[in-house]
Design a protein around this ligand. Sequence first.
Ligand code: FES
Ligand SMILES: [Fe+2]
Length: 360
Amino acid sequence: MDFDTRLFREHWHLACHRNELPLAGDYLRLSTPLGELVVFNDGGELVAFDNLCPHRGARIYTGAAGNQPPTCRYHGWSFHGGRVTVPDTGAFAGCDLSTARLNTLLLEWCGDFLFVAIAPRQGLYQQLGETAGLLENIGFNIAGRLDLNAYDFGCYWAVAVENALEPYHIGMVHPDTLGALDLQAGENLYHGRNSVWRAPLGNTRVDKQLQSLKRQFAIDFAYDGYMSIYLYPFTMISSTYGYSYSLQHFLPAANGAETTHFSSRLLGAHAASPRATQLLAPLFASTAEINRKVFDEDHQVCRLVPKSSWSPAPLAFAAATEEKIVHFRQSCRDWLAEGGEDTSPAPAPPAAAAPARPRS
Ligand code: FES
Ligand SMILES: [Fe+2]
């Protein structure tokens, strides 16, 4: 099994926030190196599975997100509470339909964030380290999803992750978008293989404008500046002032391909009142628009870096602003070293597990 597939199989991955899928039938679909991953709301419980019908393997969900009951459009099998409903069961004499199940993944909550895994090497909280407390605080302040932006980057996933880990390129690549915040050097924090960058805004005019918006929000946790959290290996969360959070995935494509399944979801914090919700709508709309532009700018530059330019070896020339890349590559080397030789012939299907009941 290749490096990317093993990273995917053997880690917990942040799939979604509880408030992204509040209604029965709400779903979200991600592409992974092992096929697709869908999380759906099964009458109040979130279930993660491989998006394949156990009958003849049709894909059940085809959109990126939405609301649709888990019913297969091929022959009408449907799924609820871990059970399968098959139309015309009489046609299946001699088959034990009670063994038909969705191929589910393991689930674990960190506050209101749902993580999924296939065969993790560690428990979720062990993998997250002190980042877990940060995620819990953020999660409790999120009201729901405001935007979803998903497409494939034409580069290897580690190239896209390293780009997201360093602010060195901001002036060159994002002069009119992220660059306008004039982010200061700030500080890097390391929690195991995860890392956090917190940077004050150098643009005092924008900083004051953002400060003045605080009363429109009902939030009890925020960093007054720009914060970006990296969850090893494929996830980033970034925010300015905690008013909204961009949850990004840079998932590898199958077979080590030079393609990254990129997605960014904009999650909004709780507004202080219905009136504040109205007032904040233009701010959230412009945040979504700017984020889309920033990721497009990132994509254009990531495409310049062929996969052959990347390896987990130390950087020959590392700027101070590339310190988190140094840490990322060390993490990759450590992970490879502690994993030993892998002799599995091929990726195994995801482990079956009972869906976790969301915390009420
Ligand atoms: S493939 Fe899904 S019901 Fe037949
Ligand atoms: Fe960037």
